[in-house]
Design a protein around this ligand. Structure first.
Ligand code: PMP
Length: 286
């Protein structure tokens, strides 16, 4: 993720990545209360552009608010710092990782001091390019009555790690998780869509991270006159579908070959997912 020349931002200072250290006595480390984002910058004909920076940083500030994490940073300031980060590292295509973590304090009560760490690295597609073999997870998404599932909180990712690990251990590439009521929710780090009879389906907000790529795909589908429906559905619905894919900033759009023992019958190259992957790759480089 970094080498000797990598520069990061920590609490107002630009420093070499190896010098970015923190106290082990903090609430984020022990109890998982921190907020992060995953953002991509792309090389475009008019220079490096951060894709949907406003949306990502607004989600970060909203997440912080929900978790009672205080910050004075504005969306515009965070975007500006992110461009500076890319410049300092000479990155043109990069993944940007901002993190709000809390200052030294081991309480379960709100902590006053928030630290901002910003780093970036050049990263290929998370989950790769090959079609995925996905397993229905035995882990549900966190109960929205127990936490703010729509916040991108550090601690929520233990759920993702458990689901991904279980899928890998069973010999699959990735997991698909249900919500507490048994409807399909999302993957450990990506939202889920399926195609049936030339219509795209994805689940509503409520049990998932409100994915920015999910919104972009719904917008692009509209532009391409592809019908979409946002509704609750079950694993059985998915197992009668023609095709399916995950969406996320890191994963972009990645096709799914199988779910458990079900093989999606439609050739990926002829699917709406593939059409939208192509449209997405053009959109992010505009
Ligand atoms: N769900 C989860 C649990 C995620 O971690 C991510 C990645 N941020 C997504 C969905 C996709 O969100 P986005 O499109 O905003 O990257």
């Amino acid at each position: 993720y970094y080498n000797d020349s990598t520069i990061v931002f920590l609490n107002g200072e630009w420093i070499p990545a190896a010098q970015a250290n923190t106290s082990l006595y903090n609430q984020t480390m022990h109890y998982g209360n921190g907020i992060f984002e995953g953002i991509r910058a792309y090389d475009t004909p008019t220079g490096v552009k951060i894709f949907k920076g406003k949306e990502h940083y607004q989600r970060m500030l909203d997440s912080a608010k929900l978790m009672h994490i205080k910050t004075d940073y504005t969306v515009d300031q965070l975007i500006e710092l992110s461009y500076e980060l890319l410049q300092k590292n000479n990155f043109t295509n990069a993944y940007i990782r901002p993190l709000f973590y809390l200052g030294p304090n081991m309480t379960l009560m709100p902590v006053e001091e928030t630290n901002l760490f910003l780093c970036a690295w050049e990263w290929g597609k998370y989950l790769g390019d090959s079609l995925l073999r996905v397993a229905t997870s035995s882990y549900q998404r966190p109960n929205p009555k127990s936490c703010h599932v729509e916040a991108k909180t550090v601690g929520h990712y233990i759920n993702s790690i458990l689901a991904s690990t279980e899928a890998k251990q069973k010999g699959f590439d990735e997991a698909l998780m249900l919500d507490a009521a048994g409807f399909v929710a999302e993957g450990p780090g990506a939202n889920f869509f399926y195609e049936k009879h030339s219509c795209l389906y994805t689940c509503p907000l409520g049990n998932i991270l409100p994915g920015i790529t999910r919104n972009t795909i719904l917008d692009l589908a509209k532009e391409h006159n592809i019908p979409t429906a946002v509704k609750l559905f079950t694993i059985d619905d998915v197992k009668t579908a023609d095709s399916a894919f995950f969406t996320g900033t890191a994963a972009e759009v990645i096709g799914i070959k199988t779910l458990d023992d079900y093989t999606f019958p439609l050739d990926w190259d002829k699917s709406l997912g593939k059409q939208l992957l192509t449209a997405y790759q053009q959109e992010v480089r505009k």
